[in-house]
Design a protein around this ligand. Structure first.
Ligand code: TGC
Ligand code: FAD
Length: 392
């Protein structure tokens, strides 16, 4: 819907991308244009996740794209970022599904799992045959996941899990949940468990009435005496820090995704402003105040591109700290939300309708600025990094 998407490249960054990076972006862009754009407004309106697109993205190598082996595409972090950019140009909720499957389910298994866990789960998750979710947040603990009350107790050769998780993307469509819990026998040490969602005592339900990410499942998970074998604990996932490391993967992808949403808002606002005429039968783009708004977007999207590209190159070189990723997530999501608000303004009354994607992006971005660490929590993470003092 809206105008045909026009690519954004004010700084001629395309000339710095490799052929592989441009090919990956084109593949993702074509996929979104052909498969997602025609249905996304209907999906958003009817609260429907387009599950029929899951296997196609598996074939295209979008799940766990920056991981090696196990059927994964082995893309660079910049290539992976470009996929996220294109998916979120389509819809944040749709990108969120891929972020979770990739950064929050496949990455922890890849990084912290046993060989058996990797061989069992990664190929099936890479193809999209199996889906996963990541249960860290609880009803009482969002920004402060270290306060979690979900527990794991050793009983013979099993763990017994109890607790509630909330706001969990893809919870009701998942075959496996990564559940973070405190081990009662280890003085509350946090561990990550692989829990098949058909185990007795595990239930998932969807949160309804959201005005954001309506094309994505957001769920609650309830664990009532769920028995799992001791081997369900991922050997390397033995601290809260392991859970926070997973967030880096997703936050990095979000920094690119937000650029995609912002580009779409800008593309629509620019084309609309050149067509829409007011006063002396001249396009509104001929007025200085409208130009200033367009230039604000050009300015901020260009800076965001440079930021994500640089952090991506740092990540490829193994040099990206979590504070760098926080900077990119914090800046780019804020930037995208501001672009959506400005673009909506340029479209006037038309901007509030589903004839254009802007209001949908705006509502989606209200979640994106909260999840994966709120804007203010990222301020404090960066503040911690530069002062050495935690102010949480
Ligand atoms: P704190 O004492 O600060 O840290 C504990 C240890 O962890 C280290 N650390 C990290 N390491 C790697 N990556 C990170 N991102 C890290 N953040 C912290 C830290 O250096 C320390 O290491 P060490 O060696 O000294 O022990 O822990 P804290 O409990 O005080 O935590 C503070 C805080 C605010 C940083 C953290 O809890 C946080 O990030 N809160 C935000 C919660 C959040 O982002 N949740 C996301 C849930 S998943 C989600 O939203 C999915 S949305 C769907 C989608 O992605 O599309
Ligand atoms: P709170 O932590 O209660 O924060 C409320 C307000 O208080 C915010 O403005 C915050 O910045 C502020 N605040 C909190 N602490 C401080 C402080 N110390 N100093 C200053 N200000 C502070 N979680 C998962 O585990 N898995 C998922 O898949 C997942 N998917 C999600 C999908 C959606 C659509 C949404 C909306 C959330 C999802 N989440 C998921 C949860 C998300 O990570 C949390 O919502 C987020 O971490 C914030 O927690 P909260 O909502 O409890 O807000």
């Amino acid at each position: 819907m809206g105008f045909k998407f026009q690519s954004f490249d004010f700084l001629h960054l395309d000339s710095t991308f490799t052929e592989d990076e441009l090919l990956v972006r084109k593949t993702a862009r074509d996929f979104v244009e052909d498969n997602l754009i025609p249905i996304i407004e209907e999906c958003f309106r009817t609260e429907r996740f387009p599950k029929e697109l899951v296997p196609i993205m598996g074939e295209l190598g979008f799940y766990g794209a920056n991981l090696e082996g196990y059927g994964c595409a082995g893309m660079s972090n910049v290539e992976y970022g470009l996929v996220m950019q294109e998916l979120e140009r389509g819809d944040s909720g749709f990108r969120s599904f891929v972020s979770v499957q990739s950064g929050l389910v496949m990455y922890p298994i890849y990084e912290f799992g046993s060989d058996e866990q990797k061989n069992t789960w990664l190929p099936a998750l890479a193809s999209g045959e199996k889906l996963g979710c990541f249960g860290l947040t609880e009803p009482g603990f969002g920004s402060n996941p270290g306060g979690m009350t979900t527990t794991a107790r050793k009983v013979g050769d099993e763990y017994v899990l109890n607790g509630e998780k909330l706001w969990i993307t893809s919870g009701t469509i998942s075959d496996v949940a990564i559940v973070w819990a405190k081990c009662e026998d280890e003085d509350g040490r946090v561990r990550g468990f692989l829990v098949e969602t058909d185990r007795p005592g595990f239930t998932a339900y969807d949160v309804h009435g959201k005005w954001s990410l309506r094309a994505s499942h957001t769920s609650g998970l309830s664990l009532q005496d769920v028995h799992v074998p001791l081997t369900a604990a991922m050997p390397g996932a033995d601290s809260l820090k392991a859970a926070l490391m997973c967030l880096n993967q997703a936050r990095y992808g979000i920094s690119w995704g937000a650029i995609g949403a912002a580009m779409d808002c800008y593309s629509n606002a620019l084309q609309y402003s050149k067509e829409r005429k007011q006063f002396r039968n001249e396009p509104i783009a001929s007025h200085q105040i409208v130009q200033e708004k367009l230039v604000w977007m050009v300015n901020e999207i260009s800076k965001a591109q440079l930021l994500s590209l640089h952090v991506g190159r740092l990540k490829d070189a193994g040099k990206a700290g979590h504070e760098h990723i926080s900077l990119a997530k914090r800046n780019n999501v804020w930037m995208a939300l501001e672009c959506a608000r400005i673009a909506r303004d340029i479209l006037g009354a038309n901007g509030i309708t589903e004839d254009y994607p802007i209001m949908r992006h705006m509502m989606n971005l209200e979640s994106v600025i909260t999840y994966e660490g709120t804007h203010d929590i990222h301020t404090l993470i960066i503040g911690h990094s530069v002062t050495g003092i935690g102010a949480y």
